[in-house]
Design a protein around this ligand. Structure first.
Ligand code: NAP
Ligand code: 8YV
Length: 325
């Protein structure tokens, strides 16, 4: 007896782990290689039962999903899934999966790196050396130190906790803001972000993107953070009002910022690039070969498990799973 392989659409780059994992278990359709994508989609849509999304830059909304009448599952790369309308999918019986946990430690490492770079001006000091300026004069003392700072984490989920553990080891006090307090952590919870911003010297954002967090770090929060304050954004560009941030940096309402994410990636505002008191990373929180491969593998494993009849491994909260009886 031959078992028919499911048709799976790959949206985004043809990454080796994803293609290598899906080809043996499916009839794989690569959108990126279609000379006429629209015609290609019209032709395959009636057969597609699964979609693999290779990057969080690929927007998947209800209008796109409803083109596939037999669609059962969308397996997305990345723990953040604000690029997918998971609510629409959930309401239409389509499972959505993401890639949590396998990236927690990597992203937490990057967050600490960005925080240290920003507080101690490490990239600026390196630029000073490379420009041959050290022979003329030492790099100036950094205006900030981590030694006298409390970090306010905006978000205390899987990655937030991994960041907090590192800050514990660094001897840096931690407090946090979320909608609900987390019973398992020893840190002070602030139900109100503005109150926390007033009390800390660093705000470090590690919440999901999307409508509930849009611009939650705005001009008022930055003002409350104050002239000694540092903002670190590891979350999504949408979480910070970027125009308000640029204004706060220009007027020295806050001291500096370290940003891994931006409102319109990969475009970064010229005003930020021109500033020497900010540190800018090109969204590389999880970007090691090893961690990205583990995330790609989880994209494959979710689809393999689903089409083997074993359910999704890491469904997002909007996916009703296990389904109601
Ligand atoms: P998670 O385990 O789901 O944790 C999310 C945290 O955010 C929870 O503590 C949650 O608490 C809080 N939160 C959610 N909505 C909130 C709101 N409206 N106000 C205040 N707090 C809110 O997620 P995770 O795995 O830690 O990942 C977090 C996010 O980090 C991802 O969604 C992604 O956007 C970002 N990320 C970035 C990179 C990078 O490369 N820069 C890499 C990975 C992840 P409550 O629900 O109680 O509010
Ligand atoms: C992604 C991320 O790798 O997992 C997430 O939510 O932000 C990163 O780990 C990044 O979005 C690239 O697509």
């Amino acid at each position: 007896m031959t078992v028919e392989k499911p048709d799976i659409l790959l949206v985004g780059n043809t990454k080796p782990v994803i293609v290598g994992g899906l080809e043996p278990i499916s009839t794989l359709h690569r959108l990126i290689e279609a000379p006429d994508p629209e015609r290609f989609l019209v032709e395959i849509a009636p057969r597609v039962r699964g979609i693999a999304v290779a990057y969080t830059a690929n927007k998947i909304d209800g209008a796109f999903l409803q083109r596939f009448p037999e669609l059962e599952i969308v397996s997305s790369f990345g723990v953040g899934y604000d690029h997918i309308d998971a609510g629409w999918a959930g309401r239409h019986g389509i499972v959505v999966t993401n890639t949590p946990e396998v990236l927690d430690e990597e992203v937490a490492d990057t967050a600490l790196g960005l925080l240290l770079c920003t507080a101690r001006e490490l990239p600026q000091a390196e630029r000073h050396l490379r420009a041959g300026k050290w022979v003329e004069r030492p790099y100036p003392l950094s205006k900030a130190t981590l030694r006298d700072r409390t970090v306010g984490l905006v978000g205390m989920g899987r990655i937030g906790r991994a960041i907090a553990r590192r800050l514990d080891a660094f001897g840096v006090p931690v407090v946090y803001h979320t909608r609900r307090p987390v019973a398992e952590v020893p840190y002070r919870h602030y139900p109100n972000l503005l109150d926390m911003a007033r009390d800390v010297d660093v705000l470090l954002a590690i919440v999901p993107g999307g409508e509930t967090t849009r611009n939650m770090i705005d001009a008022d929060v930055l003002k409350a953070l104050g002239p000694n304050g540092i903002l670190i954004n590891m979350a999504r560009g949408s979480v910070v009002d970027e125009a308000a941030l640029i204004e706060a940096l220009k007027s020295r309402t806050i001291l500096s910022a370290g940003l891994d994410v931006f409102a319109k990636e990969p475009r970064v505002p010229d005003e930020l690039i021109a500033m020497d008191h900010v540190v800018l990373f090109p969204h590389l929180g999880s970007a090691s070969a090893q961690t990205r491969a583990a995330m790609d593998q989880l994209v494959v494993d979710n689809l393999a498990s689903w089409f083997a009849g074993k359910g999704p491994l890491t469904p997002v909260p909007e996916t009703p799973w296990p389904p109601a009886q």
